[in-house]
Design a binder for this molecule. Sequence first.
Ligand SMILES: CC(C)(COP(=O)(O)OP(=O)(O)OC[C@H]1O[C@@H](n2cnc3c(N)ncnc32)[C@H](O)[C@@H]1OP(=O)(O)O)[C@@H](O)C(=O)NCCC(=O)NCCS
Length: 170
Amino acid sequence: MESGLPLVRIDALSPLVPTLAGWAHDQWGHLHPGRSRAATIATFRADCGSSGVPSVFAAMDGERPVGMASLVADDMSDRCELTPWLASVFVLPEWRGRGIASALVRRVEQEAEDGGHELFYLYTPDQQSLYRRLGWEDVEEREYHGETVTIMRRDLSPRGLGPSVTARPV
Ligand SMILES: CC(C)(COP(=O)(O)OP(=O)(O)OC[C@H]1O[C@@H](n2cnc3c(N)ncnc32)[C@H](O)[C@@H]1OP(=O)(O)O)[C@@H](O)C(=O)NCCC(=O)NCCS
């Protein structure tokens, strides 16, 4: 799977952290009522590890980030037994539909697999079809922060590695 854009690791000192964290704040801030933009940036920065869990990756158009995805230990406060999680999958609107999120998901999957994780998780209110296409399976539907979401699971063991996808060139 190839999106055509380089995917880079974002480290905690990267000047891109406020931009990426700002996307997360604008997109999912309602899930954390009362959390300021500065607090979101600090939390996001803490997820920018040097390998394994946690890690953040960005798709780059030159010097400009156009998408992101992360691998984190926890993403659902009452499901600590499930770990790790694919989280913060976001692509700028004008860059969507070109396979960038798919490539970022694959990059995060590789990071989880390299870390020895055979299973990892995500939840989504409305992007189930994207993840199913990438080989994820539905685990449970539930209410979370006032939304109906699906918890999904990816089996990274050799028996579970699923279909590959082809991205349109950007
Ligand atoms: C959801 C989101 C990340 C998808 O990003 P994206 O880069 O457009 O995703 P992709 O291009 O990899 O795939 C999206 C669609 O493009 C199409 N597509 C991608 N590559 C394709 C290809 N090579 N050929 C044909 N279609 C392709 C697919 O039809 C796919 O649709 P699907 O949902 O039916 O599977 C983006 O819309 C977004 O940031 N949304 C807001 C935040 C959000 O909802 N994040 C997910 C939280 S769980």
